[in-house]
Design a protein around this ligand. Sequence first.
Ligand SMILES: Cc1ncc(COP(=O)(O)O)c(C=O)c1O
Length: 437
Amino acid sequence: MASALVRVGLRENNTPVAVRGQGVYVFDNTGKRYLDGSGGALIVTIGHGVAEIGEAVAAQMKKLSYVFRAHFSNEPAEELAQMLVSEMPVGFSRVLFTSSGSEAVEAAIKAARQYHHERGDHGRHKIISRLDSYHGVTLGAMSATGMHAMKDAGSWRPLQIPVRHINTVRCDDCPFHLKYPSCQTFCATELERAIIEEGPGSVAAFIAEPSRGEEPPPDYWPTIREICDRYGVLLIADEVACGLWRTGRAYCVDHWNIVPDLLTFGKATASGYAPLAGLAMSDKVLDALVNGSGVFLHGHTHSANPMSCAAGLAVQRHVRANGLDRGVAGRGEILDQALRRVVAKHEICVATSGLGLLRQLALRPPRGTNLTIASLVLEALSMRFGLISQYWKAGDRVGFQLAPPYIISDSQILELEERLDRIIPAFAGWLAANRTS
Ligand SMILES: Cc1ncc(COP(=O)(O)O)c(C=O)c1O
């Protein structure tokens, strides 16, 4: 029977139908087992099928399924917010819950603009972001996104707010062809040059993901923070993918001890058991709004939805009760070793990088390869060999984005390595058979 769902590939009708998840595995309706190497879309942390989360959500549903946040707060939202801010960098004391990361990014952009306006700095409205970044699909978030293929799809450019994009930090494939440290972190100081060109009094915020699997040099983020401070630009850390222990620290910015002004979080909050994300405002931003108009007229019907928050609360309790948060760094080391072995085994693999359980594996196809098609082929081959992953392309490379659940065991990491050892030669074979140059 033809599916009634809209898919990315509108002519396709062969996406497998998942019916069950258990631990790091997902099963489709033919019984095929997939190893969840990327936690779906970098989201699953505690693994699939943890019964206590379902029980907590069911209990909440029986007690109170919905209230609108303008009318009521609710217990799980209050408790979860306290739990999250207790681990955030100093100076963060309040969060706004949303249902998706895109919504959280929209809220951050609006809060940044409002912050300046409330302080009488009315000219600041521009956002600076980075190339190859991903911040979501709604119009504002898509504007901030730095992936041209996503921005250009559907002829959507005219709908987007103007956002300037600077280069992303990529030491193993530097866009400036420089070497660290003699480069003096040229990619970070590009932010200063961009602010000056735009006119410092017009820039509201710089938004970036602290890491998506790359490892910035130690002075990258401190330099970015210092430039933002010097020009009165707010720093938005988009931790929708990298927050909540995914990289081995509660928030990824903790690796460099920097404190952003606005912080978005998302995927790991409820581990996929419910749609849940959010924006945390620093007291600096919050105080300007509180002492100004006193309102932040932004939110959604499902902001702080009691059931989503019950799922998030149960997940966060589970993470802490089972020590999964503290385990990520060690799991990440083992995954790193496995990925390094993969790089050593396959000529087409050129690099691996990452922090904790957020890692990339880079492949360099022959010059002239259509990288969009190549990444689709990589995806199709992975699914054929039973590995769930995400894919990226930047410069002349395509790659795997790996972010398995925090519970992945040593033997399951070996299994992931074995699957890569089958997928990569199959991909190299496809490239050889389809050479265009
Ligand atoms: C860093 C980052 N920001 C924002 C988003 C958008 O989140 P969502 O897909 O929940 O709207 C994503 C999703 O992948 C993300 O990785």
